[in-house]
Design a protein around this ligand. Structure first.
Ligand code: PLP
Length: 435
């Protein structure tokens, strides 16, 4: 070990976690932060700058969480900070409409052409919950289709156990969710077009909507098979079901127009979050005007939010959306991410560790497995979880902050330069050698 690593301490984080557990359930405000997937004591952070974050013990790390996706420009991007400072001078909110809301809605509609009208909310969960409600109101149907391994926030009816197989109705995945809610949810395997056709043949006219992550980023990273999204579009159109792309993670992360622009499939509704808030709490859902106009005050589907369209969130989000429209932004983000995955693969190969990666735009996934071409949930589940845990902690000790779970995607930001990528690959060489 180098001297720097020998000095690695996490005492302050451990103390804070101790205190936190007394007053916050599990010591965390969102479960995956608790390190249950990797063991050990979760870190507490107090500063971020560019690609780097600093924990309470003063350890610095290259960050691949990016606040779970939003920080595509890195921490404390000067443009986002300036926009927030300017808004702070004018107030935090007025409980009424602002010009900023109009401008950000115009921007979203321009960048994602399938969105003709959009409404802002305060989280991704709220976006998916509201999109499903409007889809149900529009179709006057109740059933929802989701896919194994896709996460759409902690919406009651979507917390459905994966693995129940084609044509089976869902079982709740969380206690506190009435069985009668998840009885309204069909669950199918991701990327399985035959199961999709079979379900729609039998139940198509009951299905209000299908909701899908067009690139699955909550079971590690699993890209869609091209025929999967195309078939989904086809069966939804045939049966009059609303197709919802949940782009809370992939929107403005995989490409400027979201995953829908990469695969050339037009959903009826899209949900957004993460990147559009520039790091502040925000979400959005939008799509065809005909469907969106079912929402109050125009229509009978109720949806509302006291802090929806908060001027601070809108200011940060607009600064972010302005920055990512710079020519070449996604080309260079994608190239950076590829540089990283190539380097990680080479490091694993050199150490003889069975390993493969997936990558779309600024998202990547790493899998400890002999298999190549990971495109199914069961393949992800069969990866070596123990190896991931060891790798995670070794990377942390070598100044690389990865998501503390084998089922999360990694995020590269525009602030990750050659130096950060090289340091990360060097850390991976050490980690793989130690496995
Ligand atoms: C993060 C995420 C959500 C939930 O967003 P929150 O802001 O955490 O409520 C929904 N869908 C997808 C695809 C996500 O990645």
């Amino acid at each position: 070990m180098t001297q720097e690593q020998a000095a690695y301490r996490t005492n302050q984080s451990a103390n804070l976690f101790e205190r936190a557990q007394k007053v916050i359930p599990g010591g965390v405000n969102s479960p995956v932060r608790a390190f249950r997937g990797v063991g050990g004591t979760p870190l507490f952070f107090n500063h971020g700058e560019g690609a780097w974050i600093t924990d309470e013990d003063g350890n610095r790390y290259i960050d691949y969480i990016g606040a779970w996706g939003p920080l595509i420009l890195g921490h404390r991007d000067p443009g986002v900070i300036a926009a927030l400072e300017a808004q702070l001078k004018n107030g935090l909110g007025y409980g009424a409409s602002t010009e900023g809301e109009v401008v950000i809605a115009e921007t979203i509609c321009k960048l994602v052409p399938s969105i003709e009208k959009v409404r802002l909310v305060t989280s991704g969960t709220e976006a998916t919950m509201s999109a499903i409600r409007v889809a149900r109101g529009y179709t006057k149907r109740d059933k929802v289709l989701k896919f194994e391994g896709c996460y759409h926030g902690h919406v009651d009816g979507l917390l459905v156990k994966a693995g129940s197989g084609a044509l089976t109705l869902g079982e709740p995945d969380s206690s506190g969710v009435p069985k009668s809610y998840t009885d309204q949810t069909f669950v199918l395997p991701y990327n399985d077009t035959d199961a999709l056709k079979a379900l729609f043949q039998k139940h198509g006219d009951e299905i209000a909507c299908a909701i899908v992550e067009p690139v699955a980023g909550n079971m590690n990273l699993v890209p869609p098979r091209p025929e999967f999204l195309a078939t989904l579009r086809e069966v939804c159109t045939q049966s009059g079901s609303v197709l919802i792309f949940d782009e809370v993670m992939t929107g403005f992360r995989t490409a400027l127009g979201g995953a829908q622009s990469i695969y050339g499939i037009t959903p009826d509704l899209t949900t957004l979050g993460k990147v559009i808030g520039g790091g502040l709490p925000i979400g959005a859902f939008g799509g065809k005007a005909e469907i969106m106009d079912c929402i109050a005050p125009l229509g009978s589907v109720y949806q509302a939010g006291t802090l929806a369209g908060s001027p601070l969130g809108v200011a940060a989000g607009q600064a972010m959306l302005d920055a990512i429209q710079k020519p070449g932004f996604y080309e260079s983000l994608t190239e950076r991410t590829e540089q990283l995955t190539r380097g990680l693969q080479a490091a694993a190969d050199k150490a003889g560790i069975p390993f493969t990666t997936n990558q779309v735009g600024g998202m990547f996934g790493c899998f400890f497995t002999e298999q190549k071409d990971i495109h199914r949930f069961d393949q992800v589940m069969s990866c070596d979880a123990e190896r991931f845990k060891q790798y995670f902690h070794l990377m942390l000790q070598n100044q690389v902050n990865l998501a503390p779970s084998a089922f999360e995607a990694g995020f590269v930001s525009a602030a990750h330069g050659d130096n950060e990528i090289e340091l990360t690959i060097a850390a991976a060489h050490k980690a793989f050698a130690a496995l």
